[in-house]
Design a protein around this ligand. Structure first.
Ligand SMILES: Nc1nc2c(ncn2[C@@H]2O[C@H](COP(=O)(O)OP(=O)(O)O)[C@@H](O)[C@H]2O)c(=O)[nH]1
Ligand SMILES: [Mg+2]
Length: 304
């Protein structure tokens, strides 16, 4: 299956819900009016695009229809796609550099999809010809380490781990040493970076940063927040909270295939000052895709 086809399949739940709303709406009006725009806003909110984003986009559409003397729903539909794309702007989805070492730190609440995402990324980066090493620095549960090992084996990359309950700093230190001696291009750290409280998270991360900074002062460093899209607007809330206590450089939204709340990607991409780097649209390796607003909107909203 092609890249775009799996994106479309992965977004099917959100797409179907939006499309059935649109079919009714666009079929019911010959000319747009206040009621039309009100109903359009409701449909957008239902997809978890967020009240703010939906209100903003609809206000903009209304203004444009006046300015450009448009009356037909089909014209508005076309503008909607263009406006949403503009609203999201550029989302830089690079996570590694070609000419220097790159370090990826994954953070996010339990179950968000950190470990799974690391596995998928590891294989993709390896297939790109990069040498990848994983650090099992989520040492809270033995199961977390075992789960990462399964992914490491599947991807055919090396994983550095210690026992359950051990110091994450020591794991990262060893992984850094391994990365150096093996001339790795990418070091990916699975962390227990959850938000029990802000101070804990900050302390935990800054400790790992200090170690990595010392070992790799010139490396590119990404702190990637993994969010579960099935939680809808709650994911936006989490993004705001986490960004108060961690220097997040990118967001990854997982499990879009499992929800009709995929509109949350649009609200996060437009309301956060942090780029959405990747989206997860299924369980398979290739279902982790770089987030490209234009393609995303095509897969989500374009008519067949
Ligand atoms: N359907 C689907 N499931 C996913 C996706 N990403 C992760 N998962 C599932 O979400 C669950 C939690 O993932 P995990 O990586 O263990 O989360 P962690 O606690 O943050 O490390 C697992 O059952 C994964 O298979 C995705 O994009 N789509
Ligand atoms: Mg995990």
């Amino acid at each position: 299956m092609g890249f775009f086809e799996s994106l479309k399949r992965g977004l099917a739940k959100t797409r179907n819900s939006l499309m059935s709303g649109f079919d009714v709406l666009f079929g019911a009006y010959d000319e747009v009016d206040d009621d039309f725009f009100e109903e359009l806003e409701e449909i957008l909110v239902l997809s978890d695009m967020g009240m703010e984003t939906a209100a903003r986009i609809v206000a903009q559409l209304e203004q444009e229809t006046i300015d450009r003397h448009l009356t037909r729903p089909a014209q508005v539909r076309k503008m909607l796609l263009e406006d949403l794309e503009k609203l999201m702007g550029e989302q830089d989805n690079t996570i590694v550099d070609d000419d220097r070492m790159s370090i990826l730190m994954m953070i996010g609440v339990n179950g968000a999809g950190k470990t799974t995402t690391i596995g998928k990324l590891a294989l993709q980066l390896k297939e790109d010809g990069r040498k990848v090493i994983l650090a099992a620095a989520d040492t809270f549960r033995a199961a977390a380490i075992d789960q990462l090992q399964v992914w490491a084996d599947r991807a055919g990359v090396e994983m550095i781990s210690h026992q359950e309950g051990s110091d994450p700093g020591a794991v990262v230190y060893d992984a850094a040493a391994a990365a150096k001696s093996r001339h790795a291009d990418v070091l990916i750290c699975d962390t227990a970076g959850r938000l029990q409280n802000k101070k804990n998270l900050m302390n935990e991360l800054s400790k790992l940063f200090r170690i990595l900074e010392k070992e790799f002062p010139d490396a590119r460093r990404e702190v990637l927040l993994v969010l579960d899209a099935t939680t809808g607007q709650n994911a936006l809330q989490q993004a705001r909270l986490f960004s108060e206590s961690a220097p997040i450089t990118g967001i990854i939204l997982t499990k879009l295939d499992g929800t009709a709340k995929g509109g949350v990607v649009i609200s996060i991409a437009s309301e956060m000052q942090i780029p959405v780097k990747y989206i997860g649209v299924g369980e398979k390796i290739e279902d982790l895709q770089p987030f490209r607003p234009k393609e995303f909107l095509q897969a989500l909203l374009a008519e067949e």
